[in-house]
Write a protein that binds this ligand. Structure first.
Ligand code: B12
Ligand code: SF4
Length: 516
Protein backbone atom coordinates (compact mmCIF):
# COMPACT_ATOMS: atom_id res chain seq x y z
CA UNK A 1 0.00 0.00 0.00
CA UNK A 2 2.76 2.39 0.98
CA UNK A 3 4.54 1.79 -2.32
CA UNK A 4 1.36 2.57 -4.28
CA UNK A 5 0.80 5.77 -2.34
CA UNK A 6 4.44 6.88 -2.25
CA UNK A 7 4.41 8.80 -5.56
CA UNK A 8 1.38 10.75 -4.40
CA UNK A 9 2.49 11.51 -0.87
CA UNK A 10 4.73 14.49 -0.58
CA UNK A 11 8.05 14.34 1.13
CA UNK A 12 8.31 17.72 2.84
CA UNK A 13 11.96 17.98 1.89
CA UNK A 14 11.37 17.44 -1.83
CA UNK A 15 9.65 20.83 -2.38
CA UNK A 16 7.98 19.71 -5.52
CA UNK A 17 6.75 22.58 -7.68
CA UNK A 18 5.59 21.69 -11.19
CA UNK A 19 5.59 24.47 -13.80
CA UNK A 20 1.82 24.89 -13.83
CA UNK A 21 1.86 25.65 -10.09
CA UNK A 22 4.69 28.16 -10.53
CA UNK A 23 3.86 29.93 -13.79
CA UNK A 24 0.63 31.10 -15.45
CA UNK A 25 -0.49 29.72 -18.82
CA UNK A 26 0.89 31.46 -21.90
CA UNK A 27 -1.15 34.33 -23.35
CA UNK A 28 -0.40 33.62 -26.96
CA UNK A 29 0.47 36.87 -28.81
CA UNK A 30 -0.24 35.11 -32.12
CA UNK A 31 -3.94 34.78 -31.38
CA UNK A 32 -5.68 37.40 -33.48
CA UNK A 33 -8.68 39.47 -32.46
CA UNK A 34 -12.00 37.74 -33.02
CA UNK A 35 -15.35 39.59 -33.14
CA UNK A 36 -16.50 40.97 -29.79
CA UNK A 37 -19.64 39.44 -28.38
CA UNK A 38 -21.66 42.29 -26.97
CA UNK A 39 -23.30 41.98 -23.53
CA UNK A 40 -20.86 39.24 -22.55
CA UNK A 41 -18.68 39.71 -19.44
CA UNK A 42 -15.83 37.46 -18.40
CA UNK A 43 -14.65 37.56 -14.77
CA UNK A 44 -11.10 36.36 -14.07
CA UNK A 45 -9.34 35.37 -10.85
CA UNK A 46 -5.69 35.54 -12.02
CA UNK A 47 -3.02 32.92 -11.48
CA UNK A 48 -0.57 33.21 -8.58
CA UNK A 49 2.48 31.06 -7.89
CA UNK A 50 1.95 28.39 -5.21
CA UNK A 51 4.21 28.03 -2.21
CA UNK A 52 5.71 24.52 -2.36
CA UNK A 53 6.23 24.52 1.43
CA UNK A 54 2.50 24.77 2.09
CA UNK A 55 -0.46 22.69 0.95
CA UNK A 56 -1.76 23.02 -2.61
CA UNK A 57 -5.07 21.86 -1.13
CA UNK A 58 -5.55 25.27 0.46
CA UNK A 59 -6.19 26.83 -2.96
CA UNK A 60 -9.16 24.61 -3.74
CA UNK A 61 -10.70 24.50 -0.29
CA UNK A 62 -13.18 27.26 -1.07
CA UNK A 63 -13.34 30.00 -3.72
CA UNK A 64 -12.78 33.70 -3.23
CA UNK A 65 -15.97 35.78 -3.24
CA UNK A 66 -14.23 38.75 -4.87
CA UNK A 67 -15.96 38.15 -8.22
CA UNK A 68 -19.06 36.12 -7.34
CA UNK A 69 -20.17 38.80 -4.85
CA UNK A 70 -20.70 41.46 -7.50
CA UNK A 71 -21.46 38.95 -10.28
CA UNK A 72 -24.86 38.70 -8.60
CA UNK A 73 -25.64 42.26 -9.67
CA UNK A 74 -25.15 41.53 -13.40
CA UNK A 75 -28.28 42.42 -15.35
CA UNK A 76 -30.13 39.45 -16.86
CA UNK A 77 -29.46 40.45 -20.45
CA UNK A 78 -25.71 40.08 -19.87
CA UNK A 79 -24.06 36.69 -20.34
CA UNK A 80 -21.51 35.98 -17.62
CA UNK A 81 -18.60 33.58 -17.39
CA UNK A 82 -16.25 32.93 -14.46
CA UNK A 83 -12.67 31.81 -14.92
CA UNK A 84 -10.23 30.93 -12.15
CA UNK A 85 -6.73 30.50 -13.58
CA UNK A 86 -5.66 28.56 -10.49
CA UNK A 87 -7.77 25.58 -11.49
CA UNK A 88 -5.15 24.62 -14.10
CA UNK A 89 -7.52 24.64 -17.09
CA UNK A 90 -5.09 26.52 -19.31
CA UNK A 91 -5.42 30.01 -20.76
CA UNK A 92 -8.64 31.93 -20.19
CA UNK A 93 -11.35 31.85 -22.87
CA UNK A 94 -11.29 34.33 -25.78
CA UNK A 95 -13.70 32.99 -28.43
CA UNK A 96 -16.07 34.68 -28.45
CA UNK A 97 -14.21 37.75 -27.24
CA UNK A 98 -15.97 39.31 -24.24
CA UNK A 99 -17.19 42.87 -24.41
CA UNK A 100 -16.09 43.36 -20.80
CA UNK A 101 -13.38 41.57 -18.81
CA UNK A 102 -13.46 42.08 -15.02
CA UNK A 103 -10.29 41.12 -13.19
CA UNK A 104 -9.66 41.08 -9.47
CA UNK A 105 -6.18 42.31 -8.50
CA UNK A 106 -4.12 41.46 -5.40
CA UNK A 107 -0.57 42.67 -5.09
CA UNK A 108 0.88 39.16 -5.46
CA UNK A 109 -0.78 38.61 -8.81
CA UNK A 110 -0.88 42.21 -10.03
CA UNK A 111 1.65 41.48 -12.80
CA UNK A 112 -0.48 38.62 -14.14
CA UNK A 113 -3.63 40.75 -13.91
CA UNK A 114 -1.90 43.47 -15.94
CA UNK A 115 -0.72 40.97 -18.58
CA UNK A 116 -4.27 39.64 -18.90
CA UNK A 117 -5.61 43.19 -19.13
CA UNK A 118 -3.21 44.13 -21.93
CA UNK A 119 -3.96 40.94 -23.85
CA UNK A 120 -7.74 41.44 -23.82
CA UNK A 121 -7.60 45.20 -24.36
CA UNK A 122 -5.43 44.82 -27.43
CA UNK A 123 -8.15 42.57 -28.84
CA UNK A 124 -10.97 45.04 -28.23
CA UNK A 125 -12.43 44.09 -24.83
CA UNK A 126 -13.04 46.72 -22.18
CA UNK A 127 -11.09 45.79 -19.06
CA UNK A 128 -12.26 46.66 -15.55
CA UNK A 129 -9.81 46.17 -12.68
CA UNK A 130 -10.93 45.96 -9.05
CA UNK A 131 -9.89 44.45 -5.74
CA UNK A 132 -7.43 45.06 -2.93
CA UNK A 133 -4.48 46.22 -5.00
CA UNK A 134 -6.61 48.70 -6.94
CA UNK A 135 -7.66 50.13 -3.60
CA UNK A 136 -4.12 50.48 -2.25
CA UNK A 137 -2.25 51.36 -5.48
CA UNK A 138 -4.75 52.91 -7.94
CA UNK A 139 -2.12 54.91 -9.83
CA UNK A 140 -0.13 51.77 -10.58
CA UNK A 141 -3.21 49.93 -11.89
CA UNK A 142 -4.77 52.76 -13.94
CA UNK A 143 -2.63 52.43 -17.12
CA UNK A 144 -3.79 48.82 -17.56
CA UNK A 145 -7.54 49.41 -17.26
CA UNK A 146 -10.34 51.01 -19.21
CA UNK A 147 -11.99 51.48 -15.82
CA UNK A 148 -10.85 51.09 -12.22
CA UNK A 149 -13.33 49.96 -9.57
CA UNK A 150 -12.10 51.30 -6.25
CA UNK A 151 -14.00 49.77 -3.32
CA UNK A 152 -17.18 47.74 -3.15
CA UNK A 153 -17.88 46.07 -6.50
CA UNK A 154 -21.47 45.25 -5.56
CA UNK A 155 -22.34 48.93 -5.81
CA UNK A 156 -20.16 49.63 -8.85
CA UNK A 157 -20.62 46.73 -11.27
CA UNK A 158 -24.20 47.46 -12.46
CA UNK A 159 -23.26 51.10 -13.04
CA UNK A 160 -20.14 50.06 -14.99
CA UNK A 161 -22.11 47.72 -17.25
CA UNK A 162 -24.81 50.36 -17.82
CA UNK A 163 -22.08 52.84 -18.84
CA UNK A 164 -20.56 50.28 -21.23
CA UNK A 165 -23.97 49.86 -22.82
CA UNK A 166 -24.35 53.60 -23.34
CA UNK A 167 -20.67 54.00 -24.42
CA UNK A 168 -19.99 56.26 -21.47
CA UNK A 169 -17.49 54.20 -19.53
CA UNK A 170 -15.51 56.33 -17.08
CA UNK A 171 -11.92 55.70 -16.11
CA UNK A 172 -12.63 55.43 -12.37
CA UNK A 173 -15.53 54.35 -10.20
CA UNK A 174 -15.43 54.55 -6.42
CA UNK A 175 -17.65 53.21 -3.65
CA UNK A 176 -17.35 52.95 0.10
CA UNK A 177 -17.98 49.93 2.34
CA UNK A 178 -20.63 51.69 4.34
CA UNK A 179 -23.87 50.64 2.67
CA UNK A 180 -26.38 48.38 4.44
CA UNK A 181 -24.83 44.93 4.00
CA UNK A 182 -28.23 43.27 4.27
CA UNK A 183 -29.20 44.86 0.95
CA UNK A 184 -26.46 42.99 -0.96
CA UNK A 185 -27.66 40.06 -3.06
CA UNK A 186 -26.28 36.61 -2.30
CA UNK A 187 -23.06 35.89 -4.25
CA UNK A 188 -23.72 34.17 -7.57
CA UNK A 189 -22.25 30.76 -6.75
CA UNK A 190 -23.91 29.12 -9.74
CA UNK A 191 -21.07 30.37 -11.98
CA UNK A 192 -18.47 28.39 -9.99
CA UNK A 193 -17.18 25.00 -11.14
CA UNK A 194 -18.52 22.80 -8.32
CA UNK A 195 -16.23 19.87 -9.06
CA UNK A 196 -13.14 21.98 -8.50
CA UNK A 197 -13.53 22.96 -4.85
CA UNK A 198 -13.99 21.04 -1.63
CA UNK A 199 -16.97 23.31 -1.12
CA UNK A 200 -18.35 26.15 -3.20
CA UNK A 201 -20.01 27.54 -0.07
CA UNK A 202 -17.64 30.35 0.84
CA UNK A 203 -19.90 32.32 3.12
CA UNK A 204 -19.43 35.88 4.25
CA UNK A 205 -21.57 37.22 7.07
CA UNK A 206 -19.58 40.28 8.10
CA UNK A 207 -17.02 42.68 6.71
CA UNK A 208 -14.37 44.43 8.79
CA UNK A 209 -12.93 43.69 12.23
CA UNK A 210 -12.85 45.40 15.62
CA UNK A 211 -9.04 45.41 15.40
CA UNK A 212 -6.82 47.33 13.00
CA UNK A 213 -3.48 45.54 13.24
CA UNK A 214 -0.74 47.57 11.61
CA UNK A 215 0.20 44.77 9.20
CA UNK A 216 -3.36 43.96 8.07
CA UNK A 217 -4.82 45.18 4.77
CA UNK A 218 -7.77 46.53 6.82
CA UNK A 219 -5.39 49.26 8.01
CA UNK A 220 -4.83 50.46 4.40
CA UNK A 221 -4.83 54.27 4.09
CA UNK A 222 -8.25 55.64 3.23
CA UNK A 223 -10.06 52.30 3.65
CA UNK A 224 -13.08 52.77 5.88
CA UNK A 225 -14.65 49.45 6.61
CA UNK A 226 -16.98 49.59 9.61
CA UNK A 227 -18.10 46.20 10.93
CA UNK A 228 -21.11 45.35 8.78
CA UNK A 229 -23.30 42.29 9.20
CA UNK A 230 -25.72 40.44 6.98
CA UNK A 231 -28.94 39.12 8.45
CA UNK A 232 -28.36 35.73 10.13
CA UNK A 233 -31.34 34.27 8.26
CA UNK A 234 -29.89 35.48 4.94
CA UNK A 235 -26.62 33.68 5.67
CA UNK A 236 -28.35 30.48 6.71
CA UNK A 237 -30.49 30.59 3.57
CA UNK A 238 -27.37 30.90 1.39
CA UNK A 239 -25.81 27.92 3.15
CA UNK A 240 -28.95 25.83 2.63
CA UNK A 241 -29.31 26.88 -1.01
CA UNK A 242 -25.81 25.82 -2.08
CA UNK A 243 -26.49 22.23 -1.05
CA UNK A 244 -23.07 21.46 0.46
CA UNK A 245 -22.46 19.79 3.83
CA UNK A 246 -19.61 22.17 4.75
CA UNK A 247 -19.10 25.92 4.47
CA UNK A 248 -16.09 28.12 5.07
CA UNK A 249 -16.72 31.61 6.41
CA UNK A 250 -14.19 33.88 4.75
CA UNK A 251 -14.93 36.82 7.05
CA UNK A 252 -11.90 38.63 8.42
CA UNK A 253 -13.17 38.00 11.92
CA UNK A 254 -16.52 36.34 12.49
CA UNK A 255 -16.10 36.89 16.24
CA UNK A 256 -15.88 40.68 16.30
CA UNK A 257 -19.45 41.17 17.48
CA UNK A 258 -20.35 38.39 19.90
CA UNK A 259 -24.07 39.13 20.12
CA UNK A 260 -24.23 38.85 16.35
CA UNK A 261 -22.24 35.60 16.27
CA UNK A 262 -24.64 34.11 18.81
CA UNK A 263 -27.62 35.03 16.63
CA UNK A 264 -25.91 33.66 13.57
CA UNK A 265 -25.26 30.35 15.36
CA UNK A 266 -28.91 30.13 16.26
CA UNK A 267 -29.81 30.51 12.58
CA UNK A 268 -27.23 27.92 11.47
CA UNK A 269 -27.97 25.25 14.06
CA UNK A 270 -31.14 23.80 12.47
CA UNK A 271 -29.29 23.19 9.19
CA UNK A 272 -27.34 20.29 10.72
CA UNK A 273 -24.32 21.22 8.63
CA UNK A 274 -20.71 21.96 9.53
CA UNK A 275 -18.59 25.07 9.04
CA UNK A 276 -15.34 26.75 9.95
CA UNK A 277 -14.45 30.43 10.34
CA UNK A 278 -11.68 32.88 11.17
CA UNK A 279 -12.04 34.39 14.64
CA UNK A 280 -9.70 36.28 16.93
CA UNK A 281 -8.82 34.38 20.10
CA UNK A 282 -10.62 36.89 22.34
CA UNK A 283 -13.85 35.15 21.28
CA UNK A 284 -12.98 32.66 24.02
CA UNK A 285 -13.65 35.39 26.61
CA UNK A 286 -17.15 33.99 26.39
CA UNK A 287 -17.12 30.20 27.00
CA UNK A 288 -20.88 29.91 26.47
CA UNK A 289 -20.47 31.34 22.98
CA UNK A 290 -17.90 28.68 22.13
CA UNK A 291 -20.40 26.01 23.13
CA UNK A 292 -23.07 27.75 21.02
CA UNK A 293 -20.70 27.67 18.03
CA UNK A 294 -20.09 23.94 18.52
CA UNK A 295 -23.81 23.25 18.74
CA UNK A 296 -24.32 25.20 15.51
CA UNK A 297 -21.82 23.04 13.60
CA UNK A 298 -18.50 24.82 14.00
CA UNK A 299 -15.78 22.20 13.56
CA UNK A 300 -12.77 24.45 13.15
CA UNK A 301 -11.51 27.95 13.68
CA UNK A 302 -8.69 29.78 11.99
CA UNK A 303 -7.07 31.92 14.67
CA UNK A 304 -4.54 34.66 14.01
CA UNK A 305 -2.35 34.18 17.09
CA UNK A 306 0.31 36.07 15.10
CA UNK A 307 2.98 35.75 17.79
CA UNK A 308 3.70 34.19 21.17
CA UNK A 309 5.55 37.35 22.23
CA UNK A 310 3.42 40.08 23.81
CA UNK A 311 5.78 42.85 22.69
CA UNK A 312 5.20 41.88 19.06
CA UNK A 313 1.43 41.94 19.55
CA UNK A 314 1.68 45.36 21.17
CA UNK A 315 3.85 46.68 18.30
CA UNK A 316 1.21 45.44 15.85
CA UNK A 317 -1.46 47.20 17.94
CA UNK A 318 -3.45 44.01 18.17
CA UNK A 319 -5.95 44.01 21.03
CA UNK A 320 -5.62 40.46 22.18
CA UNK A 321 -5.26 38.41 25.38
CA UNK A 322 -1.74 37.80 26.67
CA UNK A 323 0.10 35.07 24.78
CA UNK A 324 0.57 33.23 28.09
CA UNK A 325 -3.18 32.64 28.15
CA UNK A 326 -3.42 31.24 24.62
CA UNK A 327 -3.01 27.61 25.72
CA UNK A 328 -6.02 27.72 28.06
CA UNK A 329 -8.10 29.26 25.31
CA UNK A 330 -7.05 26.61 22.80
CA UNK A 331 -8.10 23.96 25.32
CA UNK A 332 -11.52 25.54 25.58
CA UNK A 333 -11.99 25.25 21.82
CA UNK A 334 -10.76 21.66 21.83
CA UNK A 335 -13.06 20.82 24.73
CA UNK A 336 -15.93 21.87 22.51
CA UNK A 337 -14.78 19.67 19.64
CA UNK A 338 -13.46 22.63 17.65
CA UNK A 339 -10.16 22.21 15.78
CA UNK A 340 -7.67 25.03 15.79
CA UNK A 341 -5.74 26.18 12.72
CA UNK A 342 -3.28 28.69 14.16
CA UNK A 343 -1.86 31.44 11.99
CA UNK A 344 1.58 32.76 12.98
CA UNK A 345 3.52 35.69 11.59
CA UNK A 346 7.31 35.39 11.64
CA UNK A 347 9.88 38.19 11.54
CA UNK A 348 8.46 40.74 13.98
CA UNK A 349 11.00 43.05 15.61
CA UNK A 350 11.07 41.06 18.85
CA UNK A 351 11.56 37.74 17.06
CA UNK A 352 15.00 36.23 17.50
CA UNK A 353 16.36 33.11 15.88
CA UNK A 354 14.69 30.92 18.50
CA UNK A 355 11.21 32.02 17.35
CA UNK A 356 10.95 29.05 15.00
CA UNK A 357 11.59 26.27 17.49
CA UNK A 358 9.65 28.05 20.24
CA UNK A 359 6.58 28.43 18.05
CA UNK A 360 6.79 24.88 16.68
CA UNK A 361 7.12 23.44 20.21
CA UNK A 362 4.13 25.43 21.40
CA UNK A 363 1.99 24.26 18.48
CA UNK A 364 2.86 20.65 19.23
CA UNK A 365 2.44 20.96 23.00
CA UNK A 366 -1.01 22.43 22.49
CA UNK A 367 -1.91 19.97 19.75
CA UNK A 368 -3.03 22.50 17.18
CA UNK A 369 -4.36 20.34 14.37
CA UNK A 370 -3.07 22.73 11.72
CA UNK A 371 -0.87 25.79 11.53
CA UNK A 372 -0.24 28.39 8.84
CA UNK A 373 2.87 30.55 8.73
CA UNK A 374 3.41 33.94 7.21
CA UNK A 375 6.57 35.95 6.94
CA UNK A 376 5.69 39.46 8.11
CA UNK A 377 4.80 41.38 4.94
CA UNK A 378 4.32 45.14 4.72
CA UNK A 379 1.38 45.58 2.34
CA UNK A 380 1.54 48.92 0.50
CA UNK A 381 -0.35 51.82 2.10
CA UNK A 382 -0.44 50.20 5.55
CA UNK A 383 1.16 51.55 8.73
CA UNK A 384 3.69 48.70 8.65
CA UNK A 385 4.73 49.62 5.11
CA UNK A 386 5.23 53.25 6.08
CA UNK A 387 7.29 52.23 9.10
CA UNK A 388 9.55 49.94 7.06
CA UNK A 389 9.93 52.61 4.37
CA UNK A 390 10.80 55.24 6.99
CA UNK A 391 13.38 52.94 8.53
CA UNK A 392 14.84 52.08 5.12
CA UNK A 393 14.23 48.37 5.64
CA UNK A 394 12.28 47.50 2.49
CA UNK A 395 14.41 45.29 0.25
CA UNK A 396 12.42 45.82 -2.97
CA UNK A 397 8.94 46.41 -4.38
CA UNK A 398 8.62 43.25 -6.38
CA UNK A 399 4.95 42.68 -5.41
CA UNK A 400 4.84 39.06 -6.57
CA UNK A 401 7.21 38.27 -3.69
CA UNK A 402 4.95 40.02 -1.16
CA UNK A 403 3.19 36.69 -0.73
CA UNK A 404 4.14 36.08 2.94
CA UNK A 405 6.50 33.28 1.84
CA UNK A 406 9.40 35.68 1.16
CA UNK A 407 11.23 38.16 3.35
CA UNK A 408 10.80 41.51 1.60
CA UNK A 409 12.25 43.63 4.41
CA UNK A 410 15.29 43.57 6.65
CA UNK A 411 14.33 41.89 9.96
CA UNK A 412 15.80 43.25 13.21
CA UNK A 413 17.33 40.19 14.81
CA UNK A 414 18.21 37.89 11.93
CA UNK A 415 18.98 38.14 8.26
CA UNK A 416 16.29 37.93 5.56
CA UNK A 417 17.78 34.58 4.49
CA UNK A 418 17.54 33.21 8.02
CA UNK A 419 13.92 34.32 8.20
CA UNK A 420 13.09 32.53 4.95
CA UNK A 421 14.95 29.40 6.04
CA UNK A 422 13.14 29.44 9.38
CA UNK A 423 9.80 29.77 7.64
CA UNK A 424 10.54 26.79 5.40
CA UNK A 425 11.73 24.79 8.40
CA UNK A 426 8.43 25.46 10.23
CA UNK A 427 6.41 23.85 7.43
CA UNK A 428 8.83 20.94 7.17
CA UNK A 429 8.57 20.29 10.85
CA UNK A 430 4.82 20.75 11.23
CA UNK A 431 4.05 18.68 8.11
CA UNK A 432 6.37 15.83 9.24
CA UNK A 433 5.00 12.40 10.23
CA UNK A 434 6.27 12.86 13.79
CA UNK A 435 4.64 16.23 14.24
CA UNK A 436 1.32 15.16 12.71
CA UNK A 437 1.29 12.15 15.06
CA UNK A 438 2.24 14.19 18.13
CA UNK A 439 -0.78 16.45 17.61
CA UNK A 440 -3.37 13.68 17.25
CA UNK A 441 -6.56 14.22 19.27
CA UNK A 442 -6.64 12.82 22.79
CA UNK A 443 -9.82 10.86 22.03
CA UNK A 444 -8.77 7.69 20.14
CA UNK A 445 -12.03 7.66 18.14
CA UNK A 446 -11.04 10.89 16.46
CA UNK A 447 -7.52 9.77 15.52
CA UNK A 448 -8.27 7.98 12.21
CA UNK A 449 -10.25 10.86 10.64
CA UNK A 450 -7.66 13.32 11.94
CA UNK A 451 -4.87 11.37 10.25
CA UNK A 452 -6.84 11.04 7.00
CA UNK A 453 -7.45 14.77 6.82
CA UNK A 454 -3.91 15.65 7.88
CA UNK A 455 -2.25 13.46 5.29
CA UNK A 456 -4.59 14.57 2.55
CA UNK A 457 -4.07 18.22 3.38
CA UNK A 458 -0.44 18.38 4.47
CA UNK A 459 1.44 15.72 2.54
CA UNK A 460 -0.30 15.20 -0.76
CA UNK A 461 0.78 17.98 -3.10
CA UNK A 462 1.30 15.56 -5.99
CA UNK A 463 -2.19 14.21 -5.45
CA UNK A 464 -3.57 17.75 -5.28
CA UNK A 465 -2.15 18.64 -8.66
CA UNK A 466 -3.74 15.50 -10.12
CA UNK A 467 -7.11 16.14 -8.46
CA UNK A 468 -7.17 19.80 -9.52
CA UNK A 469 -6.22 19.08 -13.14
CA UNK A 470 -8.82 16.33 -13.47
CA UNK A 471 -11.62 18.18 -11.65
CA UNK A 472 -11.71 15.55 -8.92
CA UNK A 473 -11.23 17.75 -5.86
CA UNK A 474 -14.84 17.69 -4.80
CA UNK A 475 -15.32 13.99 -5.53
CA UNK A 476 -12.25 13.01 -3.50
CA UNK A 477 -12.95 15.21 -0.52
CA UNK A 478 -16.74 15.13 -0.24
CA UNK A 479 -17.12 11.61 1.27
CA UNK A 480 -14.72 12.52 4.09
CA UNK A 481 -16.59 15.72 4.73
CA UNK A 482 -19.99 14.05 4.66
CA UNK A 483 -18.77 11.45 7.13
CA UNK A 484 -17.53 14.21 9.38
CA UNK A 485 -20.84 15.99 9.17
CA UNK A 486 -22.68 12.85 10.27
CA UNK A 487 -20.27 12.36 13.18
CA UNK A 488 -20.64 15.97 14.15
CA UNK A 489 -24.43 15.84 14.15
CA UNK A 490 -24.21 12.89 16.59
CA UNK A 491 -21.61 14.76 18.63
CA UNK A 492 -23.73 17.84 19.08
CA UNK A 493 -26.77 15.79 20.02
CA UNK A 494 -24.70 14.29 22.86
CA UNK A 495 -23.45 17.75 23.77
CA UNK A 496 -26.97 19.14 23.94
CA UNK A 497 -28.21 16.25 26.06
CA UNK A 498 -25.30 16.69 28.44
CA UNK A 499 -25.78 20.45 28.66
CA UNK A 500 -29.36 19.89 29.67
CA UNK A 501 -28.22 17.83 32.65
CA UNK A 502 -24.72 19.02 33.57
CA UNK A 503 -22.57 22.10 33.87
CA UNK A 504 -21.35 23.90 30.80
CA UNK A 505 -17.60 23.65 30.81
CA UNK A 506 -16.91 19.96 31.06
CA UNK A 507 -14.87 18.64 28.11
CA UNK A 508 -16.88 17.19 25.24
CA UNK A 509 -16.51 13.64 23.95
CA UNK A 510 -13.83 14.43 21.42
CA UNK A 511 -12.78 16.44 18.45
CA UNK A 512 -14.60 15.84 15.19
CA UNK A 513 -12.07 16.83 12.59
CA UNK A 514 -13.45 18.41 9.45
CA UNK A 515 -11.88 20.63 6.85
CA UNK A 516 -8.33 21.55 7.51
C1 B12 B 1 -10.57 33.34 0.23
C2 B12 B 1 -9.17 33.89 0.45
C3 B12 B 1 -8.12 33.16 -0.08
C4 B12 B 1 -8.33 31.87 -0.86
C5 B12 B 1 -8.60 32.14 -2.35
C6 B12 B 1 -7.62 33.15 -2.97
C7 B12 B 1 -7.87 33.50 -4.40
N1 B12 B 1 -7.44 34.66 -4.83
O1 B12 B 1 -8.42 32.77 -5.16
C8 B12 B 1 -7.00 31.14 -0.54
C9 B12 B 1 -7.19 30.37 0.75
C10 B12 B 1 -6.49 30.22 -1.60
C11 B12 B 1 -6.09 32.33 -0.26
C12 B12 B 1 -4.73 32.28 -0.38
C13 B12 B 1 -3.90 33.36 -0.09
N2 B12 B 1 -4.26 34.55 0.41
CO1 B12 B 1 -6.07 35.02 0.75
N3 B12 B 1 -7.75 35.55 1.36
C14 B12 B 1 -8.93 35.08 1.18
C15 B12 B 1 -9.95 35.89 2.00
C16 B12 B 1 -10.16 35.15 3.33
C17 B12 B 1 -11.28 36.17 1.37
C18 B12 B 1 -11.26 36.84 -0.02
C19 B12 B 1 -12.67 37.23 -0.33
O2 B12 B 1 -13.41 36.47 -0.91
N4 B12 B 1 -13.09 38.42 0.17
C20 B12 B 1 -14.45 38.91 0.07
C21 B12 B 1 -14.60 39.76 -1.20
C22 B12 B 1 -16.08 40.02 -1.44
O3 B12 B 1 -13.93 40.97 -0.93
P1 B12 B 1 -12.85 41.60 -1.94
O4 B12 B 1 -11.92 40.58 -2.46
O5 B12 B 1 -12.26 42.80 -1.35
O6 B12 B 1 -13.78 42.05 -3.19
C23 B12 B 1 -14.61 43.19 -3.12
C24 B12 B 1 -13.96 44.45 -3.71
O7 B12 B 1 -12.56 44.47 -3.54
C25 B12 B 1 -14.39 44.50 -5.13
N5 B12 B 1 -13.68 43.78 -6.16
C26 B12 B 1 -12.74 42.81 -6.06
N6 B12 B 1 -12.31 42.42 -7.27
C27 B12 B 1 -12.98 43.13 -8.17
C28 B12 B 1 -12.94 43.12 -9.57
C29 B12 B 1 -13.81 43.96 -10.29
C30 B12 B 1 -13.79 43.93 -11.78
C31 B12 B 1 -14.70 44.82 -9.59
C32 B12 B 1 -15.65 45.68 -10.34
C33 B12 B 1 -14.72 44.84 -8.19
C34 B12 B 1 -13.87 44.01 -7.50
O8 B12 B 1 -15.72 43.96 -5.07
C35 B12 B 1 -15.80 42.96 -4.04
C36 B12 B 1 -17.14 43.17 -3.34
O9 B12 B 1 -17.12 44.33 -2.57
C37 B12 B 1 -9.16 37.24 2.22
C38 B12 B 1 -9.54 37.98 3.50
C39 B12 B 1 -10.89 38.67 3.33
N7 B12 B 1 -11.80 38.39 4.25
O10 B12 B 1 -11.12 39.39 2.36
C40 B12 B 1 -7.71 36.76 2.19
C41 B12 B 1 -6.65 37.67 1.57
C42 B12 B 1 -7.19 38.23 0.28
N8 B12 B 1 -5.56 36.74 1.28
C43 B12 B 1 -4.41 37.26 1.48
C44 B12 B 1 -3.19 36.57 1.29
C45 B12 B 1 -1.94 37.30 1.74
C46 B12 B 1 -3.15 35.28 0.75
C47 B12 B 1 -1.90 34.45 0.50
C48 B12 B 1 -0.79 35.19 -0.23
C49 B12 B 1 -1.48 33.96 1.89
C50 B12 B 1 -0.56 32.79 1.89
N9 B12 B 1 0.70 33.02 1.99
O11 B12 B 1 -1.03 31.70 1.81
C51 B12 B 1 -2.43 33.24 -0.29
C52 B12 B 1 -2.08 33.16 -1.75
C53 B12 B 1 -2.93 34.00 -2.65
C54 B12 B 1 -2.14 35.02 -3.40
N10 B12 B 1 -0.93 34.76 -3.83
O12 B12 B 1 -2.63 36.12 -3.60
C55 B12 B 1 -4.50 38.68 1.96
C56 B12 B 1 -4.18 39.67 0.85
C57 B12 B 1 -3.47 40.89 1.36
C58 B12 B 1 -3.20 41.86 0.25
N11 B12 B 1 -3.03 43.11 0.60
O13 B12 B 1 -3.18 41.53 -0.91
C59 B12 B 1 -5.97 38.73 2.49
C60 B12 B 1 -6.64 40.08 2.43
C61 B12 B 1 -5.92 38.20 3.96
C62 B12 B 1 -5.30 39.16 4.96
N12 B12 B 1 -6.02 39.57 6.00
O14 B12 B 1 -4.17 39.55 4.86
N13 B12 B 1 -6.79 33.40 0.11
S1 SF4 C 1 -7.46 40.78 14.01
FE1 SF4 C 1 -7.03 39.87 12.00
S2 SF4 C 1 -8.56 40.70 10.58
FE2 SF4 C 1 -8.58 41.96 12.44
S3 SF4 C 1 -7.23 43.67 11.93
FE3 SF4 C 1 -5.98 42.14 12.99
S4 SF4 C 1 -5.11 40.85 11.35
FE4 SF4 C 1 -6.79 42.07 10.45
Amino acid sequence: MRSILRPLLQSPKSLWLPTEMARPPLLDPAILAVPIQSRYALLINPFYAKDPHASFGKHVLTPTLALTSFAATTPEHWQLRYWDENLLDGRPPFAPMPEVVGITVHLTFAKRAFDLAEWYRSRGSKVVLGGLHVLSCPAECAPYADALAVGDGVQLWPKILADVESSRLQSKYAATYESDYRQDPAPRRSVLPRKSFLTTTSLIATRGCHNRCGFCYLATDGLRMPYRMRGPAQVAAEFAADDQPYAVFIDNNLGSNRAYLRELCQALRPLNKIWSAAVSIDVTDDPALIRTMALAGCTGVFVGFESLTDENLADAKKKTPKAGDYARRVRMLHDNGIQVNGSFVLGFDHDRKDVFTRTANWIEENRLECATFHILTPYPATPLFRQMEREGRLLHREWSLYDTAHAVFRPKNMSAEELERGYAWMYQRLFSHASIWSRRPADWRAVAPYLAMSYLYKRSNRAWRFLIKHHLVHAAWRPLVELTRLRHVRFRQQLAVRDASETLNRPAVGIVPAGV
